[in-house]
Design a protein around this ligand. Sequence first.
Ligand code: ASP
Ligand code: MG
Length: 416
Amino acid sequence: MQVFKFGGASIKDVTGVKNLVAVLNKTGYKDTLVVVSAMGKTTNALELVVKNYFDRSNQLQSSIQDVFKFHNAILLDLFDNEKHEVFKKVSTLFNDLKVFLDRNKSPDYNFVYDQVIGFGELVSTTIISEYLNEVNIKNHFLDVREFIKTDDYYRSAKVDWEETQKRITTNFNRTQLNITQGFLGSDSNNFTTTLGREGSDYTAAIFAYCLNAQSVTIWKDVPGILNADPRYFENAQLLHRISYREAIELAFYGASVIHPKTLQPLQRKEITLFVKSFLNPEGKGTKVCKEAGLDPQIPCFIVKKNQVLISLSSLDFSYIVEENISEIFKLLHLYKMKVDVIQNSAISFSVCVDNMYQNLDSLLQHLKAKFKVTCTEDVSLYTIRHYTETAKTQMERDKKILLKQLTQETMQLVTK
Ligand code: ASP
Ligand code: MG
């Protein structure tokens, strides 16, 4: 059993969808589950729909229409016959979306977000499943929400492993090519939930775990896992093999190539992860497995933009000790801040966070009651794993450094 995951970039247009077919034909698709994200930038476009809905913007309908038109253009290109059933299926999905928004009474942004955002994956899998049938790759369309059960922590739902395992064991038919949505699940009331942005990799890992698959392959627009994000760094190099542990570390520091939660289930069952280019399916890509170390052994560079640096000191020059620190962390947890780096001295405490849920103002208000607070928004966090002197100097050059931290293997810089 193998699990394939195709991300949004790999199926952003007709060429992408046709290329997915080419990849399946080249690699074979016996005992395969294909997990698919929303096409191109659809998730962002649907985020705009949610925003327009809550802003009561008069752009709401046109923003939905934009998403529809994008998919319809792809359909018109893929299917000659406009009477093909797929056109109706896709229109029905968009209609369901409009009906949901018309009838919704919930003021909960995160709940509404998940109900709306999920349509991206539902539409992409509908199109791809139908197209595969059209080109004689018979496949079975699965609604992932019947398999992956979660809690109701919308936008970052936690998987109910027991229930998910049970459903996959009883209802998943391995003897056919299956295609399903990444990123989605459902709660105990059967409302759609999402696993966090870029969560489709994680979906592939959940299935692989529950099915005891041999491998997961993530098909990307890069040759594999690189030692640096080519959008921000020159001369990025391909990592041929890396261990789970190394990959987990890289993902933790923000290497965007793999969703951080993806690796743990794979590591637990020692399921091999391949990251390969969908443009060169025969290329070796990167292999993530148990005892691979890091090959080649070179520094890895990671950048996270748009972070927030918060520095706290006590109002009366008293020490910042366990009690204050635990209180600070309770608040960070309460306001759902993702903590990237922490650093403390006797009377000060700095933390670099990702303000994913836009709760910064409330958090600061709360902190200001107890501490002297300085906050710098829009900072960048640079991490080098396995730094060398050259890498360090290169990284520090021309930057205004607000915080620096060195451990044996890792250097981190917060810069403005
Ligand atoms: N479509 C979702 C996103 O863009 C999930 C994914 O791509 O993995 O975040
Ligand atoms: Mg995506």
